[in-house]
Design a binder for this molecule. Structure first.
Ligand SMILES: Cc1ncc(COP(=O)(O)O)c(C=O)c1O
Length: 363
């Protein structure tokens, strides 16, 4: 069975390097935070070209910390796309603020700038744009709207490390960037991991305190804090992976472009990738009228597919109290009802990619 993403191949290829890095952390007992997490923090900031980064325990915490650092709290609203992984909205809700869901465009499936202004109220503090599936959203237009209304822009880069908007890497475009290194992400930890990035050193400084139980000096707590530190083992593993990120990204782009060019089934609609963006194909999502039918057909032919995401945020039970209704975000709802993710990961062979293309064309 060809899996949608198969991490065993990367481990098999780089096993010794990963194990050596983990062993060093164990020998030095640098388990929580510490020099391996710090080193990765510097490597990440350097790679992204941002002034500062703060490594944390996962991407959800990164989003929560971004909201706290920007002063979001009870009574505030933050605009969030309806088609995203739910954690984008959790970051807002954890602070006591309310996520206000907005639709995506019909073709890029990213946050629709045209829908944002209608959602702005006197309580709106900012906008979280998500570079979903590894495809940058229209940052320039979102930023222009945000500036006109005095709002912040946070980038949810969980799926988009190395992606570019107008030649600039995501994560340093807005006020704060939030990353996840959950296994299967384009850069992944051996467990949970995340990071916050910014060109505003003061914001990262606040985050460094909040993520570390609210202290700068051990046992002196200056503010309400959380234990959101990165584990040393994850920092060490991520430093190994970082060396391969460019090659992995290039391979994802090669496979993604082949799918875009060679899948020619009129029943399969693909995401639009505007010319001023460089996507990194974290997920290769398609729309098809009978997603379960396609998934079953692919499974019969030994190919695993799945769906991201079958229910848009505004219709999730967890957010029922916000009163979201069917029809509020029609593009996100259509995508949710028709989406399928095809296999795509750097270690896929050309033959496997061809097999997926061939199956899609014969469906
Ligand atoms: C778009 C998006 N935002 C946030 C997250 C949350 O990251 P994590 O799972 O590391 O908490 C994810 C991860 O799945 C994601 O895909």
């Amino acid at each position: 069975m060809l899996k949608r993403v198969d991490l065993t191949r990367d481990f098999a290829r780089h096993r010794e390097e990963y194990m050596a890095a983990i062993t060093k952390v164990c020998e030095e007992t640098a388990f929580s935070g510490g020099r391996y997490a710090d080193r990765f923090e510097e490597e990440l900031a350097g790679y992204l070209g941002v002034r500062a980064a703060s490594c944390v325990n996962n991407g959800t915490s990164a989003l929560h910390l971004a909201m706290l650092a920007l002063g979001v709290g009870p009574g505030d609203e933050v605009i969030v796309p309806a088609n995203t992984y739910i954690a984008t909205a959790w970051g807002v809700s954890y602070t006591g603020a309310v996520p206000v869901f907005t639709d995506c465009t019909a073709d890029t499936w990213e946050i629709d700038p045209d829908g944002i202004e209608a959602k702005i109220t006197p309580r709106t503090k900012g906008i979280i744009g998500v570079h979903l599936y590894g495809q940058p959203f229209d940052f320039a237009r979102v930023k222009e709207i945000a500036d006109r209304h005095g709002l912040f822009v946070v980038e949810d880069c969980a799926q988009a490390i190395a992606a570019e908007f107008e030649g600039k890497k995501v994560g340093g475009l807005g006020d704060i960037g939030c990353f996840s290194f959950y296994p299967g992400k384009n850069l992944y930890a051996f467990g949970e991991g995340g990071a916050v990035t910014s060109n505003d050193r003061a914001a990262i400084d606040r985050i460094n305190v909040i993520k570390n139980q609210g202290c700068r000096v051990r046992y002196y707590h200056e503010t309400l804090g959380y234990n959101y530190r990165m584990e040393g083992i994850q920092g060490a593993v991520l430093s190994v992976s970082m060396k391969y990120l460019e090659g992995w990204t290039a391979r994802r782009q090669q496979i993604g472009r082949r799918y875009l060019q060679e899948i020619r089934n009129p029943g399969i609609v693909m995401q639009a990738h505007p010319a001023n963006t460089t996507p990194v194909f974290h997920l290769f999502e398609i729309e098809t009228p009978d997603p379960e039918g396609l998934i079953a057909y692919m499974k019969e032919h030994d190919v695993e597919c799945n769906r991201h995401y079958p229910v848009p945020c505004h219709l999730q039970q967890a957010y029922a109290a916000l009163g979201g209704r069917k029809g509020d975000c029609p593009n996100a709802e259509k995508l949710a009802s028709q989406c399928v993710s095809l296999p795509l990961f750097p270690e896929m062979t050309d033959e496997e990619a061809e097999y997926v293309i061939d199956l899609c064309n014969r469906y």
